[in-house]
Ligand binder design. Structure first.
Ligand SMILES: [Zn+2]
Length: 484
């Protein structure tokens, strides 16, 4: 492949500054909105989210999920019905009420909250809709925002109070069918993340860290340059915990009644956007994977004294060749030098630049310049569409490959707790031999000063070593790291 290696030292050494800077210069988001934890999404950031949303929704609907939209508010009473659930979320719920104007006492309705997630909003409706096995499975999804009153320091896209996401909720007639849906949900999420070239770990969370009210939780942790993994999506098997509380029952085929087996799963759009920026970007800014890039190709004419008209019309010709197949921009500003234009579009994350000057106009060629490697390649105007398509595909592959190699580099197996704590300091993700006991997992958290993220869901990873905490026979590996 050759080409230059993207310079990304600053991204790793001063991640926060780098990231905040990129959000504004690349028109992704503006975090200066005067309410803590709320963001304005700018045109590039929102474009990427929209592309990701459409792809995810397409795959969910292909799998039989129906698109729906449920209200933003729930009664506090419904929200409080599942005991574990409320314990997990109560500390971060926004209350809603009527603004009291003047001094008079007003009749208050039952207290309302903004959805922090929608189980307790949807399942009372599921109870109305489901009565027989013929109503199952029920699979629905919605893209919306959920609200969590973060009290910790917020960070744009990663830790916000308004979270744009997609949530899917399903109800099934048996445990087996629910388990099968867990696998399908994981496949759908993996497919979307893989298409974006993201590198992540698919982990089953330890029991003490599962979703409040779930039997178990599977999560997707994307690596991040500062060593704090970024949970971009989760899949939860709720068992019959919620259907019992909300009386979601059905008449079985063989007679008699049963509670439905349910799942919920969520895919965080802002966190996925953060992962795209953080994993693929370099010191100049983001590098958008072509599938989601707001602009895929930018054409920069290189004018030459006396031949301006020739170059201008050649650039026009290139533009009309490409504009129907790619999101293309012709930068024909006359008061800006080509060098300034290069810099401008590089910082906007445009994956491919096309340069055309008098030499190209003469020979009927164009110069393609890759944003990720800086590699330059001269190709003929004839067949340009195919050439651009190929280069964009190459960029996509090599971004994915670079992200995957970085993840491999970040995951280190450690043989002692002390070594692990040191590695955590260096921003690594530690792989630790574990006997399988809850108490050993819990003590790792304090021993290593990091979060226990869980063990691999996508593969059966057997440990040959003793458990790092108790010394008895290791069964698998736990992944430990800092996290958002
Ligand atoms: Zn142990």
């Amino acid at each position: 492949m050759g080409g230059l290696i993207a310079r990304d030292g600053e991204k790793f050494e001063r991640f926060s500054e780098w990231f905040d800077n990129v959000l504004l210069t690349a028109r992704i988001a503006d975090s200066r909105y005067p309410v803590k934890g709320f963001l304005v999404y700018l045109e590039s950031g929102w474009f990427v989210i929209e592309r990701v949303r459409r792809r995810l929704e397409y795959l969910l609907e292909e799998d039989g999920h129906l698109p729906m939209y449920f209200p933003l508010v729930a009664t506090l009473e419904n929200f409080s019905r599942e005991a574990e659930h409320i314990k997990g979320f109560m500390g971060e719920v926004f209350a809603v009420g009527k603004l009291r104007v003047g001094g008079g006492e007003e009749q208050q309705e039952a207290p309302l909250i903004l959805r922090p997630t929608s189980e307790t909003i949807m399942y009372p409706m599921f109870a109305l809709w489901i009565s027989s096995h013929a109503d199952l499975p029920l699979k629905i999804h919605q893209s919306c925002s959920v609200y969590r009153y973060e009290t910790k320091a917020t960070r744009a896209l990663y830790r916000v109070r308004e979270i744009p996401w997609n949530e899917a909720h399903t109800a099934h007639a048996s445990q087996e069918e629910a388990e099968e849906q867990v696998r399908r949900a994981v496949q759908i999420y993996r497919r979307v993340l893989d298409e974006l070239g993201l590198a992540y770990l698919t982990l089953r969370r330890p029991d003490f860290d599962k979703f409040a009210g779930a039997e178990y939780s599977i999560a997707f942790d994307a690596w991040n340059p500062d060593g704090k993994v970024n949970q971009v999506a989760t899949v939860h098997n709720l068992g019959t915990n919620f259907s019992r509380v909300f009386n979601v029952e059905f008449e079985k085929k063989e007679g008699g009644k049963a509670h439905t087996w349910q799942l919920c799963y969520g895919f965080g759009y802002s966190r996925v956007l953060a992962a795209i920026i953080a994993q693929h970007g370099d010191d100049l800014g983001p590098i958008f994977p072509p599938t989601v890039a707001p602009i895929q190709v930018v054409i920069v004419p290189i004018p030459y004294k006396g031949r301006e008209q020739e170059v201008r019309s050649y650039a026009q010709e290139i533009y009309s060749t490409l504009r129907e197949s790619f999101r293309t921009r012709l930068d024909d500003r006359e008061d800006v030098t080509p060098g300034e234009k290069y810099y401008y579009w590089e910082r906007r994350g445009v994956p491919l630049r096309v340069e055309a000057g008098p030499r190209e106009a003469q020979s009927g060629s164009v110069m393609l310049v890759r944003r990720d490697t800086g590699e330059r390649r001269s190709v003929p105007l004839t067949g340009l569409k195919e050439s651009v398509e190929n280069v964009l595909a190459e960029i996509e592959r090599s971004l994915a490959e670079r992200a995957r190699r970085k993840l491999e580099e970040l995951v280190v197996e450690v043989e002692t707790v002390e070594k692990g704590a040191g590695m955590i300091e260096e921003g690594k993700i530690c792989k630790v031999s574990w006997c399988g006991s809850e108490s050993c997992a819990l003590s790792l958290k304090s021993l290593m000063g990091a979060e226990v993220r869980g063990y691999r869901y996508d593969m059966d990873e057997r440990s040959e070593r003793p458990c790092l905490v108790c010394g008895s026979r290791g069964r698998t590996y736990l992944y430990v790291s800092r996290a958002y």
